[in-house]
Design a protein around this ligand. Sequence first.
Ligand code: NAD
Length: 364
Amino acid sequence: MTHTRRSFLQYSALFGASALASPLAGLAIPPGDKKLGIALVGLGGYATNQLAPALLQTRNIELRGIVTGTPSKIPVWVEKYKIPEKNIYNYETFDRIADNKDIDVVYIVLPNSMHAEFTIRGAKAGKHVICEKPMAVSVKEGQAMIDACKQAGKQLAIGYRLHYDPFHLEMMRLTREKVFGAVKIVEASDGFRAGDPAQWRLKHALSGGGPLMDVGIYAIQGARYTVGEEPLAVTAQEFPKTMPEKFVDVEESLSWQLYFPSGAIASSFSTYAAGVNRLYAAAEKGWYEVNNAFGYGGQVGRTSKGPMEIKHINQQAAHMDGVAMSIINNTPNIVPGEEGLRDMKVIEAIYASIKAGGKKIQIG
Ligand code: NAD
């Protein structure tokens, strides 16, 4: 399959002129060629409100199946997305998807502790897998997921939508091209006020941890690609809980510092107590930043020379189209399991540092 000028123009029209300057250029398959079929596994908030609507905009992949443990959700999805009955599974019947030629990719959108099981079952069923972040609740599980997909000869991609977002691509470019010289300091923080005290995010057995697992991972990602290096070590601190009755099982707020080979340092904060959402780089000759950095849209980018004039896109559509194109072309995707595993190693080192009273921990 070749990237045609025509498909490139179509994609640019869909996602805005920013596609011109990004690796998204030429991502759409030529009209008439076969789209991939995807099944969403878990029909919670992200699948319902972001992924399924985005799949109405994708060019290379379309929604053909659902996997749910809640039968009452089925009629709504059948009606809205015209899912045929033969493409509907529950968690017990999921493995039978192996026999379903409509489905090329399964997208795991379940609580974190279920990612490994369903990714491995998906790979064993002969499907490519997209798995939400964090890829797992441990490095060990993440490695098992990578191994299972490799063994099955299938791609594993993590739900890192920001690798397809033009504001984040611009942060990466400014670093890569050293437009403001070498990066010395990054500040990257992500947090929100967690509502429902009964939600799975606050139960360690399902989440694997608190805000670090859920959104702090974006700050780790942001720091890694904004410094443009892999961190060697970390120090971390957990703060006293202001709502101990709510955060019984997981941390409420924490901070950490990543130490990079060049001497660059990234300082980060993550919390379930209040909204914080920022990626900032201080380099030798200036600075660049994205505020509202990690949300689904609304990014505001600036550099020490002025605003970033960039159009917003549908991140989820760009992400799923990009992964689909890698599958169609049989080329590596840009958000592979290995990328997820690097974050899991940092996360384990952060928790280890906190446990050791803030000691500097080497990242494995
Ligand atoms: P959610 O609570 O809205 O949905 C979870 C789904 O899992 C529900 O359909 C629920 O019925 C199902 N489920 C199955 N077994 C369950 C159990 N034992 N306990 C609770 N729910 C169970 O969560 P969500 O916000 O959709 O998150 C799902 C995954 O997607 C998480 O891994 C999360 O980190 C990730 N996520 C990613 C993004 C992103 O921007 N990439 C955004 C939101 C969520």
